[in-house]
Design a protein around this ligand. Structure first.
Ligand code: 1PX
Length: 215
């Protein structure tokens, strides 16, 4: 293991979601949001190539957002709030079917936002799991209660088959690189409220602007 890989811990990854929230106005900052996802993807890649069909899609979406942050309209993409205001104001969002703006920031973030709900449910299930809990079952239940509702049959099938390849609970806790099981449980207890807050604020923002069903 290289020094860089050794340092990788889920604590740092989840702290991006804390850093996401701007103190004064609770704006969700895109750079930290992206960096949280980059960390999660690194974590997922360390679990094996079976998840590469998932990471490919997630990386693609992150790259779309990174490109906005490097473009001449980068300032408009500073937060999810400014992005929504800008894209809606400039008619840059396909509202009914994908056409002129197939990769708007709004629809791209919506996909990651739905995946964040899966993460929230899965990590909460892991946190409260017992020694005989199966990670594949926890993951499948979390998926069925969130992302699965937006995926066609073929993706649902591929996803649920891949979940059987998840490592057992103890190994899973180890790869998080946080410490003992008790340490992981404590870390999750502390970090998850921030993930939930980011989720809730985004959900309200999207609901307020009728963006929850973007094609
Ligand atoms: C300690 C736990 C940390 C685990 C970190 C795992 C990070 C997971 C990252 C998942 C990101 C998934 C993004 C999916 C976005 C999506 O729904 N895309 C679909 C729709 O996009 P479109 O542009 O066509 O409208 C797209 O069709 C997706 C295709 C790929 C399959 C997605 C399956 C999602 C399964 C999520 C669970 C991953 C399990 C990882 C195990 C740890």
């Amino acid at each position: 293991m290289t020094a860089v890989e050794e340092k990788f811990s889920l604590t740092e990854v989840l702290s991006s979601f804390k850093a996401c929230l701007e103190k004064e106005n609770q704006d969700v900052l895109v750079d930290h949001y992206i960096s949280g996802w980059n960390g999660l993807i690194r974590f997922m890649n360390s679990l094996g190539t079976i998840f590469s069909f998932v990471s490919k899609d997630a990386i693609n979406k992150i790259q779309i957002m990174e490109a906005f942050r490097k473009s001449s309209s980068r300032d408009q993409y500073r937060s999810l709030q400014s992005m929504v205001a800008y894209e809606l104001g400039a008619n840059l969002v396909d509202l009914n079917r994908r056409a002129e703006h197939p990769n708007s920031g709004c629809r791209t973030i919506l996909r990651l936002h739905r995946a964040l709900r899966w993460l929230q449910l899965f990590l909460e299930k892991l946190r409260t799991s017992t020694e005989d809990s199966k990670t594949s079952v926890l993951c499948t239940d979390a998926y069925n209660d969130s992302l699965a509702n937006y995926h066609p049959w073929i993706i649902r099938k591929a996803a649920t088959v891949s979940f059987y390849a998840l490592p057992a609970r103890n190994t899973f806790f180890e790869v998080m690189n946080v410490g003992s099981i008790e340490d992981v449980v404590a870390m999750l207890g502390e970090a998850m409220p921030y993930v939930s807050q980011v989720y809730d604020i985004t959900q309200q923002l999207y609901a307020r602007h009728n963006l929850l069903d973007l094609p």
